[in-house]
Design a protein around this ligand. Structure first.
Ligand code: FES
Ligand SMILES: [Fe+2]
Length: 455
């Protein structure tokens, strides 16, 4: 059975109808010219996921979000509002904040000591009398960057004329309301510091399931990628829904539950022997059992459909993140382009989970996330763990086995793009989300009035 693709519009003036116009010639992955077009049309024009609200709990907490040639400081100001400004001093352009995160009362430039409030207003200029005519503070505030918050996630936008984040995300906001991401805790924060691949090669990898049979053979015994249902939205966002746990119908149905399902069943206090000859019944049984265990642990599944309780749901938010979502946990993945080399990017995973007591009670032997998708919660923010691709390939670090397998292949994709023996990609029907993403890459690049048609 082929996958299903639904093109959904949520705005009168912007359509998601299939265009299939973007040519996937290798230039878009390897050329500096295309990288520059993306900088002007995408990175400085769209809403970008930059970090999380829980990292800015107190007044003065900040983190730095570096993207391309820009560095942006995101902070909680005296009015308890989250605001952002370019990380550049208005005296002579020095970069002000040089650490990833922390807390400050004032923002002070290390070069000559110009000092700004948490709102970015210039408050102190050493030896002010040396400046002929004085220094009008109101004219030399740090330059603001737009910020918007959705479900505990912080987005920034460098385009003053952009529409709101709400307009950009459309129905995604309502669809994901039941998950209450803002109540989940960050349990892991990991980055592969350098992949020798274009950022879109990472996005591409997660925008199709055509590769799954080949590089993720273990998936055959717990997901049905052949019949995935996909939604494609304006602005380049997409969603895929994959039923789980099921045996991929391309393979013969075993009498006994496959090993992964056995562990899953045991973890949820179900007996794998009860499913001899009844493997297709496992998904429904798990949906039912999760609701029962959820009740005992105090986690309410009532707002979720049965599909949402068990299946794999992935939302791809244009341009910089995709999210795999379950009621009990959220994983956000984001490739970030290198600041000057189209052949390089970093790749980050943020893992969130509902509070420990709702997900596991060891005394009672209850758990909602059996196996490797459960992470311990310490009550503290996990350190940002930054490591190399080799750490992943050689098994010292992991994003989960499936993603590690993807990471293993990505450098080879980029290397092939440089060959005289390759010109451009040819896409299958099942790679339509990928095509949609690239159509919107082109739209953002070519139409500098994309926002103005909306407001
Ligand atoms: S460049 Fe910042 S105070 Fe001079
Ligand atoms: Fe994959």
């Amino acid at each position: 059975m082929p996958q299903k693709f639904n093109y959904i519009d949520f705005s009168n003036s912007i359509t998601s109808m299939p265009r299939k116009s973007a040519s996937l010639s290798k230039d878009r992955y390897i050329s500096n010219e295309f990288m520059e077009l993306e900088w002007e049309g995408i990175w400085t024009k769209t809403w970008l996921f930059a970090g999380i609200v829980s990292d800015l709990a107190e007044v003065g907490d900040f983190f730095v979000y570096d993207i391309g040639r820009e560095s942006i400081v995101v902070t909680r100001n005296e009015e308890m509002k989250i605001s952002a400004f370019y990380n550049v001093c208005q005296h002579r352009g020095n970069k002000i904040v040089t650490i990833e995160s922390g807390s400050f009362n004032k923002v002070s430039c290390p070069y000559h000591g110009w000092t700004y409030s948490l709102n970015g207003r210039l408050e102190h200029v050493p030896d002010r009398e040396l400046f002929e005519g004085g220094v009008p503070c109101e004219k030399h505030s740090l330059k603001p960057v737009r910020v918007s918050i959705w479900a505990g996630l912080i987005f920034i936008n460098m385009d003053e004329k952009s529409s709101s984040l709400e307009t950009f995300l459309g129905p995604i906001i309502d669809q994901l309301k039941p998950y209450k991401f803002e109540k989940m805790n960050l349990v892991k924060h990991q980055t592969v510091s350098l992949l020798e691949t274009n950022w879109k090669t990472v996005r591409d990898n997660f925008l199709e399931q055509y590769h799954v049979d080949f590089i993720h053979p273990q998936h055959a015994s717990f997901v049905d990628c052949c019949d995935a249902e996909n939604d494609l939205w304006p602005f380049g966002h997409t969603r895929t829904m994959v039923t789980s746990p099921v045996v991929n119908p391309r393979y013969s149905m075993p009498d006994e539950p496959p090993e992964f399902m056995q562990d899953y069943l045991r973890g949820l206090r179900l007996n794998p022997d009860d499913f001899h000859g009844k493997v297709p019944e496992i998904r429904k049984a798990i949906q039912k059992q999760k609701r029962i265990i959820g009740k005992e642990l105090g986690f309410d599944f009532s707002e979720f459909s049965d599909d949402q309780v068990s299946d794999v749901l992935q939302y791809d938010i244009f341009p910089n993140i995709f999210m795999t979502i379950h009621p009990e946990r959220l994983w956000i993945f984001g490739p970030k382009p290198h600041k000057s080399d189209p052949n390089k990017c970093s790749f980050t995973k943020w893992s969130f989970q509902i509070p420990s007591e709702l997900v596991r009670d060891e005394k009672k032997g209850l758990e909602l996330l059996p196996g490797s998708s459960y992470y311990d919660q310490t009550g503290f923010r996990p350190e940002h763990d930054i490591f190399t691709r080799e750490d992943v390939v050689e098994g010292r670090k992991s994003f989960t086995i499936t993603i590690d397998q993807d990471i293993h292949y990505l450098n080879d994709m980029q290397a092939g793009m440089h060959s005289k023996g390759f010109d451009s990609a040819l896409l299958s029907k099942d790679e339509e989300r990928l095509q949609h993403f690239h159509d919107w890459v082109d739209d953002w690049i070519r139409k500098d009035s994309l926002w103005s048609s909306l407001d």
